[in-house]
Design a protein around this ligand. Structure first.
Ligand code: FES
Ligand code: FE2
Length: 451
């Protein structure tokens, strides 16, 4: 983190009218864990960030050379490759990697490239007992050592002992597998430090991958990503959820490689210009039509506690008694974390994990993915395979209510791209606090890529 960023005093900093997130936590019916009591507001300044970051191929190329080829990045879940020989193809900006489970159970990552004349070794995710290239048949064991060269008499120059697939640094945290394309990279532990401590209580490794949906979006990957990094856009883009979401009362915290936006549910937005009844707020939260009955609140119970309890009962069959340990905030609020540059797991039982990355080397299109993680009892259910939406298919066709919200976000994306291609302005404007995570992302980009 650049040292110019100063800590702000949470008690005196400028913020939205309405209840603060910490004040809301004081009303919780359960003990609030320390992780939600953390506050790390930063003065990130008010500078603009160049439009080139979204529209210039040169900028994309720098991003690839200086960042994507050098940074720790999430590739797949451990459960995507449960058995020896299972492999997963991960591509970033026109470069392909092969992630696989070796005979020993260890996970390994190799460049997806044959050491003969370079053909990619595996085109698809799947299972294999060896890695045999489809071009001339060179073959490696799963542990990367050479197994076979057809007509090897013709390759006297190859030292078979040394002709192993190069290995890439790999790390596992919370059931997520990460690689770094740079063999000289910093240790993963140093990279993930703040996020790792904060997620301890939520144990994402104990969840299973219930769904995995992906789609090519017609915009730079950062446009897609930044649409999910603040709640300030809710009033403009998702007015239907404004009645149950304290959008501008979100708490934004910034550490070094990670940041979070916590957006409270069951508290009305200060941007509403009318009084809202508890029932109306519950109706919105429960997605009930106007004619439907809203349940009666038990005497003395707040709507927030009521909805948290209802969420506890929904989750109890799969999550067990853990739902009684989690406070109302953990049951209801959006605990949206980001590990730079593109990995966004939500805390507690929020389910969502987003990832955004460039689509090959096209800086005007992106791969957006949403992974849903769920608790389970008994044997781990198989991980859902990736489901690719076609250009005309909506997110709501795969993800229901949440998908409808994504479709509203997705609707903006190509318009932001075209708008940025057309602007006479050199940089984008960001708010100081509410868009702090987007601002932090850009400061980190400057650190890795340059201005
Ligand atoms: S390129 Fe792989 S065997 Fe020839
Ligand atoms: Fe949104």
């Amino acid at each position: 983190m650049a040292e110019i960023f100063k800590d702000l005093d949470p008690d005196t900093m400028v913020r939205s009218p309405g209840i603060t997130y910490q004040e809301l936590l004081n009303t919780d019916s359960h003990a609030v864990p320390d992780v939600l009591r953390l506050q790390s507001p930063k003065d990130l300044g008010y500078s603009e960030f160049s439009v080139d970051r979204y529209i210039s191929k040169d900028w994309h190329d720098k991003e690839v050379e200086r960042m994507w080829k050098k940074i720790w990045q999430f590739v797949c879940r451990e459960e995507d490759i449960p058995e020896p020989g299972d492999h997963y193809r991960y591509d970033i900006a026109g470069i392909s990697f092969l992630i696989l489970r070796a005979e020993t159970g260890e996970i390994k990552a190799y460049p997806n490239s044959c050491l003969h004349r370079g053909r990619m070794l595996k085109e698809f995710d799947g299972h294999a007992s060896e890695l045999r290239c489809a071009f001339h048949g060179f073959c490696w064991h799963l542990d990367g050592s050479l197994k076979d060269i057809p007509a090897d008499w013709d390759f006297p120059q190859i030292d078979k002992e040394k002709f192993s697939l190069p290995e890439l640094p790999i790390a596992i945290w919370g059931g997520f597998v990460f690689i770094n394309p740079d063999q000289q990279c910093e240790p993963f532990e140093d990279f993930i430090k703040d996020m790792k401590t904060q997620f301890e209580r939520w144990e994402p490794e104990k969840l299973y991958k219930q769904a995995h949906v992906a789609k090519i979006m017609p915009c730079n990957w950062k446009i897609a990503q930044e649409a999910f990094c603040e709640a300030y856009h809710v009033s403009g883009t998702h007015p239907q959820i404004l009645r149950s979401l304290g959008c501008v009362n979100s708490q934004i915290d910034v550490w070094d490689n990670c940041a979070r936006v916590i957006t409270p549910s069951m508290t009305p937005s200060p941007l509403l210009d009318y009084e809202l009844s508890d029932k109306d707020m519950m109706r919105t939260m429960m997605d009930l039509p106007p004619e439907a009955q809203v349940p009666e609140l038990p005497e003395g119970m707040s709507p927030r506690e009521f909805m948290a309890n209802s969420s506890r009962e929904d989750l109890r069959p799969n999550a067990g008694s853990k739902v009684d340990e989690y406070c109302d905030a953990e049951m209801l609020d959006s605990l949206d974390y980001t590990l730079f540059p593109n990995f966004h797991p939500w805390g507690a039982f929020n389910k969502i994990v987003y990832r955004f990355r460039p689509n090959g080397n096209d800086h005007r299109s992106a791969i957006m993915e949403c992974i849903m993680l769920s608790p389970f009892q008994g044997e781990r259910p198989p991980a859902a395979p990736i489901h690719w939406l076609k250009e005309h298919e909506k997110w709501s066709s795969a993800l229901g209510f949440l998908g409808k919200v994504f479709d509203q976000d997705a609707f903006n994306m190509p318009k932001v791209q075209l708008g940025l291609e057309s602007t006479y302005k050199s940089g984008i404007v960001l708010s100081g606090y509410q868009e702090g995570k987007v601002r932090w992302l850009h400061h980190k980009l400057t650190e890795w890529v340059g201005e």
